[in-house]
Design a protein around this ligand. Sequence first.
Ligand SMILES: C[S@@+](CC[C@H](N)C(=O)[O-])C[C@H]1O[C@@H](n2cnc3c(N)ncnc32)[C@H](O)[C@@H]1O
Length: 297
Amino acid sequence: MHQPVLLEEVVALLTGCRRVLDGTVGGGGHAARLAAGGARVLGLDRDPVAVSAARAALGGAAEVRLGDFADAPTDPDVAAFCPDGILLDLGVSSPQFDDPVRGFSFRPGTTLDMRMAGEEGMSAADWLSEAAEPELSSAFGDWADERHARRLAREIVRRRATRPFQTSDDLVGAIRAVLGPRSGPDDFARLFQAVRIAVNGEIERLSRALPGLLEVAAPAGVLAVVSYHSGEDRVVKHAMSGWARACICPPAQPVCTCRGRPLGSQITRRPIRPGAGEIAANPRARSARLRAFRKAA
Ligand SMILES: C[S@@+](CC[C@H](N)C(=O)[O-])C[C@H]1O[C@@H](n2cnc3c(N)ncnc32)[C@H](O)[C@@H]1O
């Protein structure tokens, strides 16, 4: 049985592309492979630390810039590059997650930061201390499928009235108070990830980026997206299946007023998932889903 390794699957999907926009260059792993295959690579990352790491790793093999893939469609340099391959490998990188200063993990005593783009925007501590109760509740419900989202939001608001949220222990304490003493690392991981998604506006950026990225891609270009969260994968699936349809008018509408033609075709009918070997070597890969779309020629 075929045991997919997602890096190899991405490389295979983008083989033959001559100009690849890597919108999430991270440590430069994908970019290095694509450049070695002969593509010109333009790499972007929101995180200045990742940009330095990618530049050091890639040397002259790729151009790497600080930037948000959500802004790429309106960047004249990206339009001039005219990518025939675009890659988004979403989420956080292992170096980001493993650096305690970045505050992504629930290890005891970790400062709640979680900002991907350096010092830009609200930290997780600020968000937990300032967001309105319904916003907290929606984040836990939508991004962590938490049954007790409203109770958890209420508990956070109750606790922060006397003590601001500062470290992972503060959030773990609130989670335990609501989910009970049997809650553990899986719950913390799920709920911390929801906070990260909210703090960085990850789903909103992805939803905003996808239509523009398809537009900026060259005719017959390939867009490949690896997501690690069901909410992200849903956004990608919905976008790609909509692009592949000839008509996107509401079913009750008698006359078609939309574009009336597909914008291209899905390369992956179902998402490609990592094989057991990859998951054993890298358990963080277990939630990964790869989808790809080819723009019409
Ligand atoms: C999973 S890592 C990518 C790893 C990379 N493919 C590699 O081979 O090393 C995700 C990266 O995307 C970056 N990122 C997340 N959202 C972004 C956005 N909206 N714009 C640009 N970079 C983003 C993160 O900072 C992180 O470095």
